[in-house]
Design a protein around this ligand. Structure first.
Ligand code: EPZ
Length: 442
């Protein structure tokens, strides 16, 4: 009898529709290693572009159409949150039709905020449209405490009055007025929240030391299609000329550069020949550059990247905000470096606690020492299969990649973490020749 884990149900206060949320059958991946991945894999739409864009549909009253939406648990959670707030959502394949005409709730309940940190993206749009929002703290996750002080500071700079009581944040603004926002750190989420709130503010807002991730450019493009006047996304200075009203629109999200990077590393670690297509290679130059330094052969086309085998050697990597090396690919590339000749040093500068995959890789025979935010990896000739558990989304992907190259059989548990951010991982890997199956944990 499969085990059921963490049941939660939400009901729409108005329609009374109940949504079954977070009920998950506990499953694992069983992987037979020592395969050479070979073939072509097509990348899905970006999770980290889709989530803020779904939230941004709240800025108008109308029917928005979003194409290229990946099939992920986090997207489903955001869908359920919007439904709870009063939206009507229809999914047709990779298209979401989001009707925000009858939004009538400006409060996001605690269990949903805990379910997914990205719920914090709802602050900006609900403030922008309704001038008020009440939500609980999103809480941290395994990779770090993840405070939202920069989000709050930014929203206060454009006229929001924020009260914090009993674990809730109550944000209200008689009027949102353009202002100067300077971030101490280029936070992705805080930049996106500020853009969405300021889009409907009176006057001009300038964000300095803004985050420059491609997902922020995609959000700017979506908002400008709604009638916003935003420029500078992708640079460290974003200018938002507020407009009185936004209207619903249609948009296709960008491909997922983190999913793409994960398959590039999987191809490299299995010494395979893999073409990753439907991507924008310029989003991944920090990654392809590092892979070449490691010794992997790289071929870059207009919308694809191909990896071919090479002699793997150790390198040093420091994760940084975009266009630096992405923290979300730190775990997968650490897996690769466990079998590279010599010593590698990885410094994680973005999150405080993002080496949870190290203990699991050590079970597979890796030689890694962690000191604070630095991991020192001594390459070994080969990993061996083991029973491991995914501690978080990207660490989970790193364990799957390690298992594909390892000798023997591995079992990877807690794969619900992986389902949060990888669309059809085992199906796509099987198409590249991987021996991986999903099984219930009995
Ligand atoms: C986004 O998270 C991504 N999530 C993360 O991807 C990604 O790792 C991260 O950006 C960095 O690239 C989504 O887009 C949904 P941040 P976000 O605000 O917005 C600190 C994945 O695997 N900080 O740039 O939460 C924070 O604690 C996920 O797909 C504050 O101190 O990232 C962290 O150390 C994981 N105060 C650092 O900044 C704040 O108010 C970066 O956070 C906000 C952030």
């Amino acid at each position: 009898m499969p085990q059921i884990y963490n049941l939660s149900t939400v009901c729409n206060a108005v329609t009374g529709d109940c949504t079954f949320l977070g009920g998950m059958t506990v499953e694992k991946f069983v992987v037979e290693g020592e395969v050479q991945l070979c073939g072509q894999v097509t990348i899905s739409g970006a999770k980290n572009a889709t989530l803020p864009i779904m939230a941004a549909t709240l800025l108008c009253s109308g029917v928005s159409v979003v194409h290229g939406v990946p099939n992920l648990r986090d997207i489903k959670v955001m869908q359920d949150i919007l439904t709870l707030l009063g939206a009507k959502i229809v999914r047709e394949g990779n298209t979401l039709i989001i009707d925000t005409t009858s939004i009538n709730h400006m409060e996001v309940p605690e269990h949903l905020m805990r379910e997914m940190r990205a719920s914090v993206f709802l602050m900006g749009p609900l403030l922008g449209r309704f001038r008020k929002v009440r939500l609980s703290y999103p809480g941290g996750c395994t990779i770090g405490p993840r405070p939202i002080n920069l989000h709050i500071k930014a929203l206060e700079k454009i006229g929001t009055n924020i009260k914090e009581s009993f674990g809730f944040i109550i944000a209200e603004a008689a009027e949102l007025a353009g202002g100067e926002i300077h971030f101490d750190f280029p936070s992705v989420g805080a930049t996106e929240n500020a853009m969405m709130a300021a889009a409907l503010a009176k006057g001009t807002t300038v964000i300095r030391n803004a985050a420059r991730e491609p997902e922020i450019v995609d959000l700017q493009n979506f908002l400008n299609r709604m009638g916003a006047k935003i420029s500078g996304a992708g640079t460290d200075t974003i200018r938002i000329d507020g407009v009185p009203k936004l209207t619903a629109t249609e948009h296709t999200v960008i491909p997922d550069r983190i999913e793409a990077g994960t398959y590039l590393v999987a191809g490299a670690m299995t010494r395979g020949d893999v073409v990753v297509d439907n991507i924008l290679p310029e989003f991944l130059f920090s990654v392809t550059d590092k892979l070449q330094e490691i010794g992997v052969q790289i071929e870059i086309g207009r919308r694809y990247i191909r990896v071919k085998p090479g002699d793997l050697r150790g390198v040093d990597i420091k994760t940084l905000p975009h266009p630096g090396f992405p923290t979300d690919l730190q775990a997968p590339i650490l897996s690769l470096l466990t079998i590279a000749k010599g010593t590698s040093i990885i410094t994680e500068t973005i999150f405080e606690n993002r080496f949870k995959h190290v203990d699991e890789l050590t079970r597979m025979g890796a030689k890694i020492k962690v000191e604070g935010r630095t991991a020192i990896i001594r390459g070994v000739p080969k990993l061996t299969g083991a029973i491991v558990a995914a501690p978080d989304l990207r660490a989970g992907a790193a364990l799957v990649i390690a298992a594909l190259a390892a000798e023997g059989i591995s079992e990877i548990e807690h794969i619900y973490h992986i389902d949060r951010g990888y669309d059809g991982l085992e199906r796509k890997l099987q198409a590249l020749g991987a021996r991986i199956v999903r099984q219930n944990c009995d």
